[in-house]
Design a protein. Sequence first.
Length: 130
Amino acid sequence: MYKLTVFLLILIAALQYRLWLGDGSIREYREIQQRIEVLRQEGERRRIRNAALEADIRDLRDGTDAIEERARHELGMIKEGETFIQIFDEAPPPAEATPDLDTPTSQAPARHRKAAARARTGTAKPAPSR
């Protein structure tokens, strides 16, 4: 009877070892479940991104509005007969300038200051047609 008890205890210990620490253990199972969840979330993000790209492609194929919008915003294009007017922010008032700087009160490049002055006086030049 003693030998049977010892044999059963050794058998139980071997099975428990495999269950907790061996191949296909509970720890490994939990790691795989976490990895599956991460991959599911990544797949969902990619499905959403793909749906947005598909809509973009469909819009570019079927309509001219999307093409026109991209040409205007990304390439700065204008339609024939349109006038392009660009308005620059005015220079900050002298009270906001720091007194220890040797630079002019406006930190904008000279070409921006000149363009802003032309826009204020009504002599702004339209952008060339493309």
